[in-house]
Design a protein around this ligand. Structure first.
Ligand SMILES: C[S@@+](CC[C@H](N)C(=O)[O-])C[C@H]1O[C@@H](n2cnc3c(N)ncnc32)[C@H](O)[C@@H]1O
Length: 193
């Protein structure tokens, strides 16, 4: 997670292992209890290859139950009430999970994305650290990304797997995106195909 994401991830805005889709169609995601953790996060140690040592170390810390939350809180990924907590936070900020403009989708992206019914995505914030889910999300979002639509890669400068998945994706779609290489990598769709 980047420094921007860390500073953003206060106790009031963490979200669960699910797509959160706002009015602009922006998905974001987060964790589940440690007992469900192995299902939520593919094990980069097992997959080897494209995730880097930092990713694997981070995975080991989290999956062993040793991760510490931001500001000394418990790590959000171990909470069993994350869905309720995130729903409550969205409601407090005037964006309740109403099933019309704001949705939370529990589960792995590969399971929940096919049920996401909206035809277009205007903005996608991809923040899932590892090669496999980043690769999945990039290719899934591309199928519905509007002309001029934006994809923000939260972990491009932080995790080698995210960088590898993104570089491969850009290589496979030359000329489709304008790239802004800032603190987070920002892709803007400039071509339909
Ligand atoms: C660094 S957290 C980001 C959370 C959130 N965007 C935030 O800033 O608080 C990365 C999240 O990706 C989720 N994740 C990783 N692989 C996933 C997958 N295949 N399907 C669903 N969620 C996944 C993990 O559960 C984890 O909570």
């Amino acid at each position: 997670m980047s420094s921007i994401a860390r500073s953003r991830a206060t106790s009031s805005n963490r979200c669960g292992a699910r797509w959160v889709v706002g009015p602009a169609g922006a998905p974001c995601l987060a964790g589940a209890s440690v007992s469900r953790f192995r299902r939520v996060r593919p094990d980069p140690a097992a997959e080897l290859g494209k995730d880097d040592a930092k990713s694997k170390e981070r995975y080991q810390v989290i999956s062993s139950g040793q991760s510490i939350g931001i500001g000394g809180d418990g790590y959000y990924g171990y909470r069993d009430d994350l869905y309720e907590s995130v729903s409550g936070t969205l409601a407090r900020y005037g964006r309740p999970v109403d099933g019309r403009s704001v949705f939370l989708h529990k589960g792995l992206f590969a399971e929940t994305w096919p049920r996401y019914a909206r035809p277009q995505v205007a903005f996608a914030h991809i923040d899932c650290d590892w090669y496999d889910p980043v690769e999945f999300c990039l290719n899934a979002v591309l199928t519905r990304l509007a002309p001029g639509g934006i994809i923000a890669l939260d972990d491009y400068h932080d995790y080698g797997g995210c960088r590898a998945a993104t570089d491969e994706f850009l290589g496979a779609h030359p000329g489709v995106f304008a790239v802004d290489n800032g603190p987070n990598l920002i892709l803007r769709r400039v071509q339909l195909r």
